[in-house]
Design a protein. Structure first.
Length: 309
C-alpha cells in the first residue's frame, strides 16, 4: 500500500436531494492504526463509512481503500472490509454458530466450519456457540457482531458506534480486543461518542455537518485547538456559570462533576474576563485542555461559523 495508507481518500461527497451529508472529506489512515471518527448525531459519520466500504457510491471524490479505487472497484473493496453497523443486525432465533455460518456463506468463505470455529475461539464465544443470539447480553451481541464482520478475514474494519448501549466492563474488554487485533495488523475506523474511547485511538478525525474539522493524534488536535481552560471549584456553580456565559471571552462553560471548565481561544482576554470572579469561595486553576473541551469547542465553532445550519 502506498505510503502504508490503508485509507487515502479525497473530496468524498454524498448528497441526498438538497442535503449534503458528506461534504468533500479527505481522510488518511495508516495500516495497523485505530482511527476514531467523532461527531454529533447526523454529522455524516455513518454515510462516510458506507461510502468507504462500497455500500454507497460517492457523488464526488476519489481515492483508494486497501489499494482499490473506492469508486470503480467498490466490489473488490467490499471483500476486504468488515463493516459493523450501529444496530444488532443478526437473526435472534439462530444460534451464534448458525449466524456466523450464514455470514461465512454470504462471503463465500472456504471451509466454513473451520472459519466459524476460528471466529468463536478468537473472540471467546466457544462456550456460547449454541446459544440463541436473541438471548445474548449487549456485550456478547457485540462480540458476535465483531466475529461476523471478521469471518472473511478482512484487512480493514469499519465499526459504527460499536459500544453503544453496553456496560463499562464490556466496553473495556472490547477495546482491549481492538488493540490486540491492531497489533496483529488490522486497521480500524471507529465512530464513537465516548471521549474515553477516543483517547484510546492512535489518531482522531472530527466531523460536523458533513465537513471534516480536523485530523491527527490526540496531542496534535488538542495543541492545534489553541484552547485555554480553567477549572473552578466552589459553591453555587450554577449561578457562576450563568454569569460567565455572558462574557465574550468565555467561549464555553461545562460541568465536570463538581468542577467547572471555563475555556476560550484568547488566553489573555479570558484571564482578564475571569479575574473579577477569582475570589472566595471559588478556587481557580489553569489546566490543560482535555479532548472533551476541544470537542465541544470545535463543534460549537462549526455550528456558528459560515455555512453552519
Amino acid at each position: 500500500m502506498a505510503d502504508g495508507l490503508v485509507i487515502d481518500v479525497h473530496g468524498m461527497t454524498k448528497r441526498f436531494g438538497q442535503r449534503t451529508a458528506v461534504d468533500h472529506v479527505d481522510l488518511q489512515v495508516r495500516g495497523g492504526d485505530i482511527c476514531g471518527f467523532l461527531g454529533p448525531n447526523g454529522s455524516g459519520k455513518t454515510t462516510f463509512l458506507r461510502m468507504l466500504c462500497g455500500l454507497l457510491r460517492a457523488d464526488e471524490g476519489s481515492g483508494v481503500v486497501l489499494d482499490q479505487d473506492v469508486i470503480t472497484q467498490s466490489e473488490d473493496v467490499k471483500r476486504q472490509v468488515g463493516y459493523m453497523t450501529q444496530r444488532f443486525s443478526f437473526w435472534e432465533d439462530l444460534t451464534i454458530g448458525e449466524n456466523l455460518d450464514f455470514v461465512a456463506r454470504m462471503y463465500g468463505v472456504n471451509n466454513r466450519k473451520q472459519a466459524v470455529r476460528q471466529a468463536v475461539e478468537r473472540l471467546g464465544l466457544v462456550k456460547r456457540i449454541g446459544q440463541l443470539a436473541g438471548q445474548l447480553s449487549g456485550g456478547w451481541k457485540q462480540r458476535l457482531a465483531l466475529a461476523a464482520c471478521m469471518i472473511h478475514q478482512p484487512k480493514l474494519l469499519l465499526l459504527d458506534e460499536p459500544t453503544a448501549g453496553v456496560d463499562p466492563q464490556a466496553r473495556r474488554d472490547f477495546w482491549q480486543e481492538i488493540h490486540r487485533l491492531a497489533d496483529e495488523g488490522l486497521t480500524f475506523l471507529i465512530t464513537t461518542h465516548y471521549m474515553d474511547e477516543a483517547e484510546r485511538c492512535h489518531q482522531l478525525a472530527f466531523i460536523s455537518s458533513g465537513r471534516l474539522l480536523t485530523q491527527g493524534t490526540l496531542s496534535t488536535i488538542i495543541e492545534q485547538a489553541h484552547l485555554t481552560t480553567w477549572s473552578v471549584k466552589g459553591g453555587n456553580l450554577a449561578e457562576l456559570t450563568r454569569r460567565l456565559e455572558r462574557l465574550a471571552a468565555v467561549e464555553q462553560v461545562a460541568m465536570f462533576g463538581n468542577t467547572l471548565h471555563v475555556s476560550g481561544s484568547d488566553a489573555t482576554a479570558l484571564r482578564q474576563a475571569i479575574a473579577p470572579f477569582q475570589t472566595a469561595p471559588y478556587e481557580w486553576k489553569r489546566i490543560d485542555s482535555g479532548l472533551e473541551d476541544v470537542f465541544i469547542h470545535l463543534m460549537s465553532h462549526a455550528n456558528s461559523g459560515p455555512g453552519a445550519p
